[in-house]
Design a protein around this ligand. Structure first.
Ligand code: NAP
Length: 336
């Protein structure tokens, strides 16, 4: 790969694409050229970045000439159609959608957990995991290394920005309508999200779980290399703008205590910090992580039902660590 690389962002005008630009700057990723791609609707739009004016181009099959790293965040169907063109043009694709995540020839990478997986890319594509899975595993992977993870029981509290820019617009317009007595418009979610919670994220599958819940099982197994890991999950959309929270009961192979588990986090666990002092009311909330890189873990206590298990609460910015930052960190791995 040429250094510094030519980087393209497909979906550059979306919630994740815009954050990718911020992360490229914050992570000081070197580049020779930056190409911004989106739909025909955005072609010609000007984006200011690091003192330069970048003109958004339409995403087409031949848009990847000379591109070394292509960050995709335009949705699964767009990735399925255009990522192979980018790879065929010689780029390494880092894809934010779920299109390739479970392909055995596509590594699924969280740089703090399984960076070695990014070294083998037979299809020229690396997948960025599901946001709720990344945030959960940022808390659980250090505990797994210490105590051996056996099972996960989780409930998520997922922000509306997880549905992209349209999710934020829907929440804000419903809040306004509630205040002004206007019509509640529902386009993104199946029910009103303002003043409500919706126990459905993504579509239902056979068996009653949603696709988002199934991703937690499949992707956790693949990232941790634990094909027998048991995971059961309920994913819930909440009227929060940004940052997903996850309540987890995690069972381990080895004996575990709260003190030993808390001692696991520190300098050796970059990207995740302990934020846990109930005596002073200290525990993480979505506002604490919004716009931040690190995930925060708190409310750690012994699970009162399962043996050898901990209950905990983890929060992380799903647009950043759950998507854009993780993808940019993968790009940095490729440049090392
Ligand atoms: P978004 O805000 O709706 O943005 C979608 C982006 O895709 C926009 O740049 C849009 O361009 C572009 N796009 C849509 N249709 C296109 C087409 N036909 N051709 C080319 N570009 C097209 O969505 P998002 O939240 O950023 O999500 C993007 C991807 O990241 C999805 O796969 C999502 O599942 C994944 N992801 C999102 C999050 C999150 O927290 N939001 C977290 C993890 C993963 P225009 O502006 O021109 O329409």
């Amino acid at each position: 790969m040429k250094q510094p690389p030519h980087i393209a962002i497909a979906g550059a005008t979306g919630a994740v694409g815009i954050e990718m630009l911020n992360c490229l700057a914050e992570q000081k990723v070197p580049y020779s050229q930056l190409t911004l791609l989106a739909s025909a609707r955005s072609a010609g739009k000007v984006v200011e970045f690091q003192g330069k004016e970048l003109v958004v181009k339409e995403l087409t099959a031949d848009a990847f000439e000379g591109v070394d790293i292509a960050l995709f965040s335009a949705g699964g169907s767009i990735s399925l159609e255009f990522a192979p063109h980018a790879a065929a043009a010689g780029a390494i694709v880092i894809d934010n959608s779920s299109a390739f995540r479970m392909d055995p020839e596509v590594p699924l990478v969280v740089p703090e957990i399984n960076p070695e997986a990014a070294k083998t890319t037979p299809k020229g594509i690396i997948a960025n995991p599901n946001c709720t899975t990344i945030i959960s595993l940022m808390a659980l992977a250090p505990l797994h290394r210490a105590f051996g993870l056996k099972s996960i029981i989780a409930s998520s509290y997922q922000a509306v920005s997880g549905s992209g820019a349209a999710g934020i617009v829907e929440l804000d317009s419903q809040i306004q309508a509630l205040a002004n007595g206007g019509e509640i418009k529902k386009e993104v979610y199946p029910h009103q999200i303002a003043s409500n919670v919706i126990p459905q994220v993504d579509v239902f599958l056979e068996g009653g779980y949603t696709k988002e819940e199934q991703k937690m099982l499949n992707e956790s197994r693949k990232i941790l290399g634990l094909p027998e890991l048991n995971v059961t999950c309920t994913c819930v959309r909440v009227p929060v703008h940004r940052s997903h929270s996850v309540s987890i009961s995690a069972q381990f192979e080895k004996p575990v205590t709260v003190e030993a588990a808390q001692a696991v986090y520190g300098e050796a666990t970059p990207g995740v910090q302990l934020c846990d002092d109930p005596s002073t009311g200290l525990y993480p909330t979505p506002l604490d992580t919004s716009g931040k890189d690190d995930c925060l873990v708190g409310r750690m206590r012994m699970d009162q039902v399962l043996p050898n298990a901990l209950a905990l609460w983890v929060v992380g910015d799903q647009v950043k660590k759950g998507a854009a930052l993780n993808a940019v960190q993968i790009a940095k791995l490729l440049l090392e």
